[in-house]
Structures are given as structure tokens and as C-alpha cells.
Design a protein around this ligand. Structure first.
Ligand code: AMP
Length: 283
């Protein structure tokens, strides 16, 4: 485990000298089986895995959300050890100063419009924060491959764009969403839910399954209307946004016909003061 970038850099040099391929899984900690699925994939594809655990302040536009984000580094380390053999794994656990120095600010990126859709309109500056911290990690670690969950599908698309813009030789690998038995997407934020809310939150996935059933026989606006109605009846769940969008451009779909492919439904719902994000591939 390294908490300091110079120590990590020396360790990486030794690995690279032995021509070891490196997979990288960036996380914000409060680890769960969704994170572990990314690590397992990285260990299959590469000789060595670097996992970062860092709650990145510049990607939060809400101070309360940042303050409440669960931070349990020792528990995280124990969790990784309980799930995986540590022989080929290095954990990087820096503090804010080690990543940013004194200037805790984001760079400005142009992600070709991807940053203005969905999370972009609802979390201003979020993707500049994501880009800034990942640029730092990518240039420090120089991994062969980096792994991202489809749970944050927009982030996955933006990271692909970031690597293209920066002309980095890193393969970005998207990994499927891991769900709890109820269908609720695994998330660090689920820890903040009461038992009751955790059961209610399973309705988010159910509503996405409903979309999958009806999207090709209804106009997208009608589907949105139906989903809004579903959430109006749920007093504990508040819909922030729902959209059916093209996977490549992330732009909302306007019309669906037999030839339309590459669609995904995206949703954000609040419950108990916790913001939950999910999506489902439709076609
Ligand atoms: P986070 O710690 O929330 O920043 O997530 C770190 C990485 O794990 C991101 O690439 C996420 O998309 C991914 N991830 C989080 N939850 C899941 C999940 N339920 N299934 C698959 N990947 C996930």
C-alpha cells in the first residue's frame, strides 16, 4: 500500500522494468462487490493491478455530498484482502495534498458535448473534476488498461474521450453493472440507506425493466411520462431525471424505429437524501 506518489512511482518502475502489464481500477473507496468485479477482470487481463482509493473533492458540486461520502480505508483494505490474493495488487491511497498540492481545482476539458448531457446538467463541473483526477492518475501510473463500470456509463464514455484527447496509450475497459439480489445496483452510497429504503430502492431497477418492455412500442416522450407517473406514486422515491439516450452521443433519442440500435435508459432517483444512479441497455 502506498499513500505517497513517489513511493508508488518507484514501485511501478520496478514492475515496468520486468515488463509487467498493469491494470488500473480507480475507486472512491467504501468498496463493494461491484468494485471487486472490476479488479477481478483487471487481474485476468494484466500481470499486476493498481487500485486507487481516493474521494476526489473536485468532482463533487455539493459540499454535503462530499462530507457524507463514506470513508473507510482500513475496512476497504481488509475487504480487498478477503476477496482477492494480494500478491499482484498494489493499493494507492493518497490524500488530497498528494494529488493536488495546494491548488484543489479542476482543469477545463472539452469532451465534445458528452459532458453537457445528463450528469453534466445536473452536476456542473463534475466531469472536469473526474477528468482532472484521472489525468493525474493515468500519467502517474501509465497503466496498459483501466477499468470502469457501466454503472457510471456517461463517465465511461468521457474517460474514453479523455484518453483520446490526451493521446494516452491506455485501453479503457467497460465492465457490467453488479446488482444486489433485489436488482438494486451496488453502490457505496447504498450503505447510507436504511433497511426499508434499500428494499424500496429496488424499484429503480424494476422501473428500468418496465422501460425495456415498453420502449419499442411507445414514443420516448410517452415512456418518460409513464416513468414519471410511476415515481409520482412512490412517496419515498424522488425522480431527478430519466432519459433514453444513444450510447455513443448520450443525446436523448427522439424517435425509435426498427433500425434504432445502441440505446440505453438512464435514471437518477433520490431516497432518504441519497442520490442513486442506474442505467439499462435497451437495444
Ligand atoms: P466509485 O468508487 O463509485 O467511484 O466507483 C469506482 C468504479 O467502480 C467506477 O468505474 C464505477 O463505475 C465502478 N462501479 C461502481 N459500482 C459498480 C457496480 N455496481 N457495478 C460495476 N461497477 C461499478
Amino acid at each position: 500500500m502506498f499513500s505517497e506518489k513517489n513511493g508508488l512511482k518507484n514501485h511501478l518502475k520496478a514492475l515496468q522494468a520486468k515488463s509487467k502489464s498493469i491494470g488500473f481500477v480507480p475507486t472512491m473507496g467504501a468498496l463493494h462487490d461491484g468494485h471487486i468485479s472490476l479488479m477481478k477482470k483487471a487481474l485476468i487481463d494484466n500481470d499486476h493491478l493498481i487500485v486507487s482509493i481516493f474521494v476526489n473533492p473536485t468532482q463533487f458540486n455539493n459540499a454535503e455530498d462530499l462530507a457524507k461520502y463514506p470513508r473507510k480505508p482500513q475496512k476497504d483494505l481488509d475487504f480487498i484482502k478477503s476477496k482477492l490474493k494480494m500478491k499482484n495488487i498494489t493499493v494507492y491511497l493518497p490524500d488530497v495534498d498528494n494529488v493536488y498540492g495546494e491548488n484543489v481545482v479542476s482543469r477545463d476539458y472539452n469532451f465534445n458535448g458528452l459532458e453537457h448531457e445528463m450528469e453534466g446538467t445536473n452536476r456542473p463541473g463534475h466531469f472536469d473534476g473526474v477528468g482532472t483526477v484521472l489525468e493525474f492518475f493515468f500519467k502517474l501510473i501509465e497503466p496498459n488498461r483501466a477499468y470502469f463500470g457501466e454503472k457510471d456509463f456517461q463517465q465511461l464514455k468521457i474517460v474514453e474521450k479523455l484518453v483520446e484527447i490526451l493521446n494516452l496509450n491506455i485501453k479503457i475497459i467497460g465492465c457490467p453493472i453488479e446488482r444486489e439480489n433485489t436488482g438494486l445496483a451496488r453502490s457505496s452510497r447504498n450503505q447510507r440507506l436504511s433497511d426499508k429504503s434499500r428494499i424500496t430502492a429496488a424499484k429503480i431497477y424494476q422501473s428500468l425493466l418496465l422501460v425495456k418492455e415498453i420502449y419499442d412500442s411507445n414514443h420516448p416522450l410517452k415512456v418518460t411520462e409513464i416513468i414519471e407517473e410511476v415515481y409520482k406514486k412512490e412517496s419515498d422515491l424522488t425522480l431527478e431525471y430519466f432519459v433514453i439516450a444513444h450510447e455513443d452521443s448520450l443525446k436523448p433519442v427522439e424517435i425509435i424505429d426498427d433500425s434504432t440500435t445502441g440505446l440505453r435508459a438512464f435514471i437518477v432517483v433520490h431516497i432518504d437524501g441519497v442520490r442513486l444512479i442506474d442505467n439499462l441497455k435497451l437495444s
